[in-house]
Design a protein around this ligand. Structure first.
Ligand SMILES: Cc1cc2nc3c(=O)[nH]c(=O)nc-3n(C[C@H](O)[C@H](O)[C@H](O)COP(=O)(O)O)c2cc1C
Length: 172
């Protein structure tokens, strides 16, 4: 697990082959094992592997989301704002659990931020995704996690490059 965390990087270039069904099932299982506030499980997920939908999702935020067009899978991570005021935290934790689980299976992934971002002037990224995928209220969209077998290699960040000054001891 520590080696997986050390080596994990955001991967935005993917091979064309689809993920194995067993791996997709494992991703689902791991997402559903994510911790959540009061164990409310305020999250919901849409697994998108339809090529046309992935291309349309890639347009949600132009440059920041373009890589989704080449992903084998996009996991749309949502939260129910009626059942949990900290749905953002619940959904963020699940997103990261999904990314780490993917890395452990040799699957590359990268987060696309949707919440608090715009698709176009006057249209939020959330509204774009909601309309495209028929997501009803009260579900909010946090992010889309693009996944696929890596077609790029990224080196582990050397320990000397980590900003240890951000870690304080006892008091700030
Ligand atoms: C909250 C959050 C939002 C992010 N949004 C995007 C995004 O919209 N598009 C993108 O390509 N990467 C996005 N990323 C990935 C970051 O750019 C990436 O994690 C960061 O550059 C560090 O690189 P690494 O993951 O390889 O260590 C996001 C990551 C996080 C945690």
């Amino acid at each position: 697990m520590l080696e997986v965390l050390r080596k994990r990087r955001s991967i935005r270039k993917y091979q064309e082959s689809p993920l194995k069904a067993k791996e997709v099932e494992t991703l689902k299982e791991m997402l559903l094992r994510s911790p959540s506030a009061h164990n409310n499980k305020s999250w919901e997920f849409i697994f998108v592997d339809d090529r046309d939908l992935l291309k349309r999702l890639a347009e949600v935020r132009a440059g920041s989301s373009a890589f989704l067009a080449g992903a084998s899978l996009g996991i749309v991570v949502m939260g129910n704002e009626n059942t949990q005021d900290v749905w953002v935290e619940d959904a963020s934790v699940a997103s990261m659990v999904g990314q780490v689980a993917a890395a452990a299976m040799g699957i590359g992934s990268c987060w696309v931020q949707v919440r608090n971002r715009d698709h176009a002037p006057g249209v939020t990224a959330e509204d774009y995704v909601r309309r495209l995928l028929d997501i009803p209220a009260p579900f909010r969209v946090l992010a889309i996690i693009g996944m696929g077998y890596p077609a790029e290699e990224k080196a582990e960040v050397p320990i000397e490059k980590l900003p240890f000054e951000k870690i304080h001891s006892n008091r700030f």
